[in-house]
Write a protein that binds this ligand. Structure first.
Ligand SMILES: [Zn+2]
Ligand SMILES: [Zn+2]
Length: 308
């Protein structure tokens, strides 16, 4: 089934998070949507998939709510099979930076820079401009902006410590941040601004998603990592990563088929076969001797390259 996946976020004060959660549950269930939505007093953050009709009806309902009329909804190819289930949860933050959202507030974020403005900035990149990837290292491993600084972080929660440790890198600089679709930059840029280090703090509005829609052969090279069954969208033919076993140029992630390990690694087709879709000789042995449960694979949703 062809359909759509919607990615959106909106920072706004939500007083009754439980009421919004109930409302979202009703809409998503009635439309047969799957995915995950996080609701917090600071806003909403969702990635959901379903048929084209269902996702359109969802977008309309969301925009008709007075709190979310200004939401920017990104649409890509996919469907409800991109998600194992529907999860709508209430949390403290819509992406976990680990800092109280009333202390580092999204309304103190850096300037929004459009895809076109981003492209222009990179075309004539000044030495004072630092392009900063605020995603995790396994995301930037398979695709990133040219000349971007890549923090060696495993989760967004490690971002503040990374900045503290590398203060000098941002002193008096113009910092242009980016992430997948923008939600992390809102607070990451607010955090950097709060330190009063950089001369200017900017964020790519709509993130990689909006930039590559406009410039598929632009300064973003490789794949855009996704947190759903699609795993990534191929943006152009550049391959930025290597097979973790044989180091051949390759950029498709798998999860170790040992259910107790589940480690995410890049494994080329030959090594996937050799290691029986596991991450190591240890896991391969455990799986082959039946000492652990092996995950059964369902056919993964294939994303066509170049969506526009
Ligand atoms: Zn290999
Ligand atoms: Zn493993």
């Amino acid at each position: 089934m062809m359909g759509s996946v919607l990615i959106y976020y909106f920072y706004t004060t939500i007083y009754d998070v439980v009421a919004i959660q109930q409302w979202q549950l009703e809409i998503c269930n009635s439309l047969g949507l799957k995915g995950r939505i996080i609701i917090a007093p600071e806003g909403i953050n969702g990635t959901i998939g379903g048929s084209c009709e269902a996702t359109q009806a969802y977008s309309k309902a969301l925009r008709e709510h007075p709190l979310f009329s200004q939401v920017d909804i990104k649409v890509s190819i996919g469907n409800s099979d991109c998600f194992p289930r529907l999860r709508i949860v209430v949390k403290k933050e819509i992406v976990r930076l680990g800092i109280d959202p009333t202390v580092v507030r999204a309304d103190q974020a850096g300037r929004h820079i459009t895809a076109e403005e981003t492209h222009k900035l990179l075309e004539s990149k000044s030495d004072n401009l630092v392009v900063l990837d605020v995603r995790n290292d396994y995301e930037s491993a398979i695709g990133k902006f040219e000349h971007a600084v890549i923090p060696p972080i495993k989760t967004f929660r490690e971002f503040p410590a990374y900045i503290y440790k590398n203060k000098d890198m941002f002193k008096n600089k113009d910092v242009l941040m980016y992430c997948t679709a923008g939600v992390r930059c809102e607070r990451a840029s607010a955090f950097l601004k709060s330190l009063d280090l950089a001369r200017d703090v900017m964020q790519v509005y709509g993130g990689i998603h909006r930039y590559v829609e406009r410039f598929p052969e632009g300064y973003f090279r490789g794949k855009n990592y996704l947190f759903d069954e699609r795993r990534a969208v191929k943006i152009n033919d550049d391959i930025m990563a290597q097979c973790s076993f044989c180091r051949t140029s390759y950029d498709t992630y798998i999860n170790c088929s040992n259910t107790q390990c589940n480690k995410q690694i890049i494994s080329c087709l030959a090594c996937k076969d050799e290691y029986k879709t596991t991450c190591s000789n240890v896991c391969k042995d455990l799986v082959l001797t039946g000492r652990v449960k092996q995950r059964s694979f369902r056919p993964c949703f294939i994303v066509p390259a170049k969506q526009n």
